[in-house]
Design a protein around this ligand. Structure first.
Ligand code: PBG
Length: 326
């Protein structure tokens, strides 16, 4: 069929018609709010490269969570900034550290909130790498014990989901076995299965003060040129016991998300990372783009590509707009 019989514009003629035939929708309950938890008390610190995002101490979290819940957000992911760092990242295993303390408080005060924890030692090590080091090499196998211990500390504090973001081989298996052995067979593993060595993590490292002190992360994070490797990574993590798979970053890797959605039947998560957020915020501040529209368009495109859930620093802002739109 062709013009003039076929007229696609018929279905675009009014807001109600467009809404009726809309193929993809965003809902606040699919958005996960990342939170940076710092040590100490009464702290709310600005992050220069991430406008409107803050580092909070545990005692300053409740109003943040109340605001998120009232906008319809039901899940958060926690990143910790410890007081002390050392070569082996030992503060990552401290049950009194910022993340386990925040988990206990959140599960006590807001039992309905889904609490996810990032499991990775880069924020806890002096060298800033995601694995333990031997000289200038990242040592895969000795890191596994550390990661599974960290996941167990989070599970014991009450985390619903642990999310390893280190990209060591075999970590999902190590974590699953450790959790199961310790009575936490219901704790969910969200694997950062497909995590690229990306320039878009820049502002996050600024926020967490966690950049690598030597070299870069390319010996463990994926080469942005690779696609097949993503499927191998994902298949291995499923085999090892992952419950949810993540692709990270989101917008530059929508092709990977799309392919993953077609290949695997696990829930798929996308992380719209700090640099994606900062880019939109910066251009919006200059008046070069409309921040809210660019935000919604990028989030919707991530859903359209196949993500079931999205980690985004825009979570609350987007949820509020969605509430107005519906
Ligand atoms: C590692 C980790 C990083 C991010 C999440 N977990 C940084 C990195 O791998 O360098 C980045 C998230 C973002 O940029 O928003 N613990």
């Amino acid at each position: 069929m062709a013009f003039p019989t076929e007229r696609p514009r018929r279905l675009r003629n009014s807001p109600s018609i467009r809404s009726l035939v809309r193929e993809n929708r965003l809902s606040p309950s699919q958005l996960v709010l990342p939170l940076f938890i710092t040590h100490g008390s009464n702290k709310k610190e600005e992050i220069r490269s991430m406008p409107d995002v803050f580092r909070h101490s545990v005692d300053r979290l409740p109003p943040v969570i109340k605001e998120a819940l009232s906008a319809g957000i039901r899940s958060v992911i926690l990143f910790g900034i410890p007081e002390n760092k050392d070569e082996s990242g030992s503060s990552a295993l401290d049950p009194e550290g910022p993340v386990p303390s925040a988990v206990r408080m959140l599960k006590r005060e807001f039992p309905e909130l889904v609490v996810i924890t990032d499991v990775c030692i880069d924020e806890y090590t002096t060298h800033g790498h995601c694995g333990l080091i031997k000289g200038e090499r990242i040592d895969n196998d000795s890191t596994l014990d550390c990661l599974s211990s960290m996941a167990l500390v989070h599970a014991k504090a009450g985390a619903d989901i642990v999310a390893p973001s280190d990209m060591m081989d075999g970590r999902v298996k190590a974590i699953r076995e450790r959790l199961d052995k310790s009575g936490f067979s219901d704790t969910i593993i969200l694997s950062y299965a497909v995590k690229y060595a990306s320039a878009f993590y820049g502002p996050f490292r600024d926020a967490m003060m966690s950049g690598p002190q030597f070299g870069d992360r390319s010996s463990y994070q994926m080469d942005p040129a690779n696609r097949m490797e993503a499927f191998r990574e994902a298949a291995m993590d499923i085999e090892e016991g992952a419950d949810i798979l993540m692709v990270k970053p989101a917008l530059p890797y929508l092709d990977i998300l799309r392919d993953m959605a077609g290949r695997f039947d696990l829930p798929l998560c996308a992380y719209q990372v700090s640099g994606e957020y900062a880019t939109i915020m910066a251009a919006g501040k200059e008046g070069w783009i409309d921040t809210d529209r660019a935000m919604m368009e990028s989030l919707l495109s991530i859903r359209r590509a196949g993500a079931t859930m999205i980690l985004t620093y825009f979570a609350v802002r987007a949820a509020r707009l969605l509430a107005k739109a519906e």
